[in-house]
Ligand binder design. Structure first.
Ligand code: FES
Length: 133
């Protein structure tokens, strides 16, 4: 289980990415910025992405979450230690689990793998969603 770094900023960093062979790659230099800020990072929509992806840095790795609220589909945003839906107030923790409704299901989670250069790849096929808390 990931233990997220403290999220100390209300706004996420953003990064434009390109998909390639069903994956998004994030280089080690970009990951260093994420780790330094202790923030969630939103990857903007690029061709082939069905939604922006929120990349969360933890002590033992990264998780990639979809940004579509599981209540009625609004775009969620990283906030202070949480992921927040602006439409009806649902909140999620940094693992994507629901911490306050009306949403009932966790955010979509995408598999993340580490590449040989210290960067990561996000596979654009969602994993089974985790349950809400
Ligand atoms: Fe997110 Fe309703 S769409 S709480």
């Amino acid at each position: 289980m990931l233990t997220p770094l403290a999220i100390g900023c209300a706004t996420a960093r953003t990064l434009r990415v390109q998909t390639r062979s069903g994956r998004v790659s994030v280089g080690s230099d970009q990951l260093a910025l994420l780790a330094a800020g202790g923030q969630a990072l939103t990857l903007l929509v690029g061709e082939g992405l069905v939604e922006p992806i929120i990349l969360v840095s933890g002590y033992d790795g990264y998780i990639a979450l979809g940004s579509t609220c599981t209540h009625l589909g609004c775009r969620v945003r990283p906030g202070r230690g949480a992921i927040i839906c602006p439409c009806h107030g649902s909140t999620y923790n940094l693992q994507g689990a629901v911490t306050r409704g009306p949403a009932q299901r966790a955010l979509t989670r995408y598999p993340v793998s580490i590449d040989s250069h210290g960067g990561i790849s996000v596979v654009l096929s969602p994993e089974a969603a985790e349950g809400s808390e």
